[in-house]
Design a protein around this ligand. Structure first.
Ligand code: ATP
Ligand code: MG
Length: 324
């Protein structure tokens, strides 16, 4: 495998929230570890509330972490001072689920894409900046005429192209995509997914690709990490995950994914996900998934399963070896 560009160890993030008149900590990300290899696309899947966005934001230091280590470019990201962080910013960029919410409605598209260059690439003069903006727009499928438009004059797909151009104009090494296609019409999702894939190859990007469901990941991702209540349930290559999911939660998520070739997935166990994700304010003891898991046993209530190698996957389930 290629060398790791990003190494995350035991990352923990919580929010201070009010619950029945008093302040409590809500653990949104609870001890997450993974690596992102150079040029790789790692998917992060999980239901709403599993901590995907919090994880993404903590990696970019948009929310503070309680603990853990994030290594990027030989540096410990969580320990950097404001100046050092600013210097690293261009190398680590993010795009968001709702493109309109992340674009300033009062700025023209050309200005929106140029802004990160003005802040992060001070050595460029106006002409060089304009040239880069136009080149990046073109790579993202936006003709020069869009530069004078405002966000409200764009479709959802176009606005997401603007978001992508803005993130990539500073030529980052790592791009974190927080549900980049889920707010778009089904008809343009594949266009944007294709665009991201092309740009990744052309620019040799390492991508974190966040999504609710696993369907989008079959096309986009080399490996997938499955998150539940802020904890990692399984990490596997795309092929291993789709053909032989190990964790009962992964198996349940896969039920929502259409099977393109029934022969390869014939052995996929069937498991329906009942009920809702428990509140992270009072997560179940032991394995956090046990309250919805049909395979749960006594031990699951007492002991947090460690993430360990089972077959070709990393799995946090006490019963991973014995289950189908
Ligand atoms: P979705 O798929 O809906 O985007 P997610 O997996 O991205 O969900 P997060 O947004 O990271 O999940 O939220 C994880 C948990 O943290 C949830 O319980 C959420 O309510 C809580 N949370 C998120 N942001 C905040 C905040 N700013 N203050 C308090 N709690 C928050
Ligand atoms: Mg989210």
């Amino acid at each position: 495998m290629s060398p790791a560009v990003l190494q995350v160890r035991d990352l923990r993030v919580s929010y201070r929230v009010r619950e029945r008149g008093r302040h409590v900590r809500l653990r949104a990300v609870d001890g997450v570890s993974f690596t992102l290899a150079a040029g790789e696309t790692l998917g992060i899947a999980g239901e709403s509330g599993s901590g995907k966005s919090t994880l993404a934001r903590a990696l970019l230091r948009l929310v503070p972490a309680d603990g853990g280590v994030v290594q990027f470019a030989g540096r410990s990201l969580l320990e950097l001072g404001a100046g050092e962080l600013r210097a690293l910013r261009p190398r680590l960029q993010m795009i968001f689920q709702d493109p309109f919410a992340s674009l300033d409605p009062h700025m023209r598209i050309g200005e929106i894409i140029a802004e990160p260059l003005q802040v992060m690439r001070l050595e460029l003069d106006a002409a060089a900046r304009d040239a880069r903006v136009l080149a990046m727009m073109s790579r993202c499928g936006l003709t020069a005429g869009y530069a004078a438009r405002y966000p409200h004059e764009c479709s959802g797909g176009e606005a997401q192209r603007v978001g992508i151009a803005r993130a990539l104009v500073v030529e980052p090494e790592v791009l974190v995509c927080d549900e980049p296609i889920s707010s778009l019409d089904a008809s343009i999702r594949s266009q944007i997914a294709n665009l991201l894939k092309d740009l990744q190859q052309q620019m040799r990007l390492s991508l974190l690709f966040i999504a609710h469901d696993l369907a989008a990941m079959r096309f986009s991702c080399d490996r997938v990490l499955v998150l539940y209540l802020g904890r990692v349930m399984e990490v596997a290559t795309r092929d291993a995950l789709f053909s032989a999911p190990r964790h009962p939660y992964t198996q349940a998520l896969l039920q929502a994914v259409p099977i393109p070739d029934p022969r390869t997935t014939r052995a996929r166990p069937r498991l329906r996900l009942e009920g809702e994700i428990p509140s992270p304010l009072s997560p179940p003891s032991g394995c956090v998934f046990r309250t919805r898991c049909p395979h749960a046993i006594e031990r699951c209530a007492h002991e947090v399963p460690a993430l360990r190698t089972v077959g070709a996957s990393l799995v946090a389930c006490h019963r991973a070896e014995e289950l189908p």
